[in-house]
Design a protein. Structure first.
Length: 70
């Protein structure tokens, strides 16, 4: 089993905090999909998402929050 570090995620995302955040959000997205759609999995979703990020298979887009006007 390969171990992915935040430093490796930083190479794709710009910094390690953003890399881990992107991978965690993608893992949550995978967890919400129907189980039969994913097939049999051999690794955890977090490991799979870090692997996709480090390999460059995972793309993301930063969206700025809107300020709430009250």
């Amino acid at each position: 089993m390969r171990i992915y570090t935040p430093v490796e995620a930083a190479k794709q995302a710009g910094n390690k905090y953003l890399g881990v955040l992107v991978a965690a959000k993608f893992a949550r997205h995978l967890n919400e999909l129907p189980k039969e759609r994913l097939g049999e999995r051999k690794v955890k979703f977090t490991t799979m998402s870090l692997e996709k990020l480090v390999e460059g298979d995972l793309t993301y887009k930063m969206i700025r929050r809107r300020r709430s006007e009250t």
